[in-house]
Design a protein around this ligand. Structure first.
Ligand SMILES: Cc1cc2nc3c(=O)[nH]c(=O)nc-3n(C[C@H](O)[C@H](O)[C@H](O)COP(=O)(O)OP(=O)(O)OC[C@H]3O[C@@H](n4cnc5c(N)ncnc54)[C@H](O)[C@@H]3O)c2cc1C
Length: 318
């Protein structure tokens, strides 16, 4: 039996997010899993039919705890001491990326980030994660009996199974003194689908030549019900906000379709999108690295290719 504690988050609408359902699929890859889910914030009604044994709700992260998550870390740590899981799974979200290593540090156990596969091999947990900026995947055997793991969103299909778990609110008996305080928060401006949740991403790079062409990318993304992304060069140039950056120091995405427009395919960019199901590249340089990564490519000037492609997609959709 493998005891798994899975920390799930709700999306903006208060529903259990797709990454949490994907993490249930990941947990089920383990031998004879016994799954406990911790939900941060108000418990949505859908948790009562999750295919797991126990669902625990911990209080929503307080505004003053954002960025440090000390109370959330302490709550999860207490639950770990109650459940004694072999594996603690988080999604590689902002919350997971900040809390998971803190939890691993308190436990003194292995922390493996950005994992795309997980299994039991000869009694040990083995994870697969990208290395060398996403140019290769490597398997790692976890060397401690307990481990804390973050999962790359989109690496597993969302669980569609149902069950009848026990559902409890977790009341923490430890209140953490905040050692830092948040001075200001700036809401990320966003329209439509979140980059991390999008099935289709239309991403633009330095080859676009300026900020204006991103409106064409937005038009295409809207028609395809997807989201817009960008390379760091485009973000650094101030053409689009860094919230849209895909890559090693940006977001990791796993859409079904990633359309890279005027992006050279540097390893640091590919680190964030190489797990896409299909990459389509539009680039005027036939020798550009992106064509080594792309399943389909168009060698040409985006100014000619993109409007024609958008018009063709609109015709098909209408
Ligand atoms: C530590 C570190 C972390 C980094 N993290 C990231 C990261 O998270 N994300 C990221 O993206 N980068 C990251 N980078 C930067 C990365 O190395 C590249 O510099 C960057 O990805 C290049 O962006 P680009 O492809 O848009 O620009 P370029 O490399 O300049 O490529 C532009 C492309 O556009 C093509 N082009 C030009 N004009 C046209 C046209 N009219 N039509 C069609 N194609 C055209 C060109 O042929 C070229 O291939 C990082 C770098 C470092 C050192």
């Amino acid at each position: 039996m493998t005891s798994v504690l899975l920390v799930g988050e709700c999306d903006d609408s208060g529903s259990l997010g797709q990454p949490a359902l994907q993490a249930i699929t990941a947990a089920n890859r383990l031998t004879d899993p016994e799954i406990t889910v911790v939900i941060v914030g108000d418990l949505p009604p859908s948790v009562s039919s999750l295919p797991v044994g126990l669902v625990l709700g911990i209080p929503k992260v307080d505004e003053s705890d954002i960025g440090i998550y000390e109370q959330a870390t302490t709550d999860i740590f207490q639950i770990i001491n109650r459940v004694h899981p072999d594996v603690v799974l988080f999604n590689k979200s902002d919350f997971g990326s900040l809390v998971a290593p803190r939890v691993a540090f308190r436990l003194g156990v292995v922390f493996a980030s950005d994992c795309m596969e997980i299994s039991n091999v000869d009694g040990s947990i083995v994870v697969t994660r990208p290395v060398f900026g996403g140019s290769a995947l490597a398997d790692f055997e976890v060397a401690t009996t307990q481990s804390v793991i973050t999962l790359r969103p989109g690496s597993f299909s969302a669980s569609t199974e149902t069950g009848n778990p026990s559902v409890e609110e977790f009341i923490s008996d430890v209140t953490v003194d905040q050692r830092a305080s948040v001075l200001d928060t700036i809401e990320e401006s966003r329209e439509g689908v979140r980059l991390e949740d999008a099935n289709v991403i239309v991403s633009g790079g330095r080859g676009l030549g300026g900020p204006e062409p991103f409106s064409v990318l937005h038009d295409l993304a809207n028609v395809l019900e997807g989201a817009v992304g960008a390379s760091r060069a485009a973000c650094d140039a101030g053409w689009i906000d860094h919230a849209y950056q895909v890559g090693l120091t940006g977001k990791s995405v796993t859409p079904d379709l990633y359309i890279a427009v005027g992006i050279s395919g540097a390893s640091q960019h590919m680190a964030g999108c190489s797990s896409s199901r299909a990459i389509v590249a539009i680039n005027k340089d036939a020798d550009s690295n992106i064509f080594k990564e792309a399943r389909y490519g168009v060698v040409g000037d985006w100014e000619k290719v993109l409007p024609a492609f958008l018009s063709a997609v609109r015709d098909i959709k209408s």
